[in-house]
Each structure stands twice: as C-alpha cells, then as structure tokens.
Design a protein around this ligand. Sequence first.
Ligand SMILES: [Zn+2]
Length: 57
Amino acid sequence: MSEKDFEFMEKAGKDLKRGKSKEFICPLCGGKAYAARARINGHLHAGCKKCGIRVMQ
Ligand SMILES: [Zn+2]
C-alpha cells in the first residue's frame, strides 16, 4: 500500500463507526469521497469519484 493510500484510508476511517458511512473531502484531490464500515466485521472500504482511488481494509 502506498503512502497516499494510507493517508486516504486514515481519513476515511476517522470517526467512522461500524455500520456507518460518510462522505468526506479526499485528501489527495479535494474531490468528494465516501467511506463505509461494515457492521459485522468492521472492514472499511472507501473511494473517491474524482481521482479514482479505492481502498479496502
Ligand atoms: Zn480523490
């Protein structure tokens, strides 16, 4: 995982509880990004429509 991916994921997962989703400003491109955390296992997935980054944890 690159440093940018890590930075993106950190911001995506911040203050995000299980079973919740949110929108936030992408730290890489300033576009609209989204993140969701699975209720069952707490896995995080997030992406940005503008720059196309996608991460899963
Ligand atoms: Zn972006």
